[in-house]
Design a protein around this ligand. Sequence first.
Ligand code: TXA
Ligand code: MG
Length: 332
Amino acid sequence: MPYPMPYPVDETAVARAVAALARGEAIGLPTETVYGLAADATRADAVRRIFALKGRPADHPLIVHLAAADALDAWAADVPPAARALADSFWPGPLTLILKRAAGVLDLVTGGQETVGLRVPSHPVAQAVLGAFGGALAAPSANRYGHVSPTTAAHVRAEFGDAVPVVLDGGECEVGIESTIVDVSRGTPRILRPGRISADEVAAVLHAPLASGPATGAIPRVSGSLASHYAPRTPATLLAPGALTAALAEARARGERVGVIGCGALPSGVDGLALADDPRGYAHDLYAALRTLDAGAIDRIVIVAPPSTAAWLAINDRLTRATTARTGEDAP
Ligand code: TXA
Ligand code: MG
């Protein structure tokens, strides 16, 4: 999936980033989905740095970013034809494949599991860094654990300040939500996290239906599958469009200041941000909108639910998680 406009690659900045990676540092790296916090996937000290910066539990696996699909067999074992077909169709692009790990892949990267998540990003800056570095980069989204993923370099700076020595600027992420994750490590392929690339698109490439329903056996740990992931700090509520007027009246009666995220235009007199009424445009701006409202002086974010059709599946997944209260072990 090509990036629509060639984003200018600043070779000096790329060289600085590669030097930091060679020192075992973690850097802010733009991808077409969201910004990553990237470090050398073969160095335990570098990968530990990612966990320390994010405040993420050490048993949560990281995605390994490769320059090209020809590195697949260095990182994965027993790669099935389905995985090769998906890599051929969607890489470089917003798809992560879960595969049996090759011998030698660090436990720190896989969270001690027998599988590894692999992806070839298409963003030109990510491609330039991977090419110049000449190795694989472990990179989770560049946010503190449980918080909203960043879609601009400024978001990454807001998360980590000077603790991250280099944050490359690759503009606004084109996709805006995290990659689709497909488990091709055992039996019938299954979507673990919905994204821009839909289940139908994946099934069309495989000429076969995907597994659906809850996975049986050892369920891989996907931190993005925790109920309260991707959450803003301000309490957020998801409402059907018809419920907005009454909810705003009730909030006003309680003295709450409310910021609304609309799908398409906001009703007149309502404060907030209107996102596009198409899923691509909406996904592009969703996380930035959550951050903007989170930074404002408001007590509650109210999100007007977009349509519940298949095209909106990945967005509704993120909205549900962003509006689920943090409790118990899901708390970041
Ligand atoms: O779009 C993306 O995928 C972004 C960009 C930076 O590439 N990365 C991203 O990383 O979203 P992260 O770590 O925030 O989310 C990756 C998800 C996590 O939920 C993790 O648990 C899951 O991928 N994951 C990684 N390796 C896995 C494995 N071996 N088995 C199951 N899930 C895995
Ligand atoms: Mg994440």
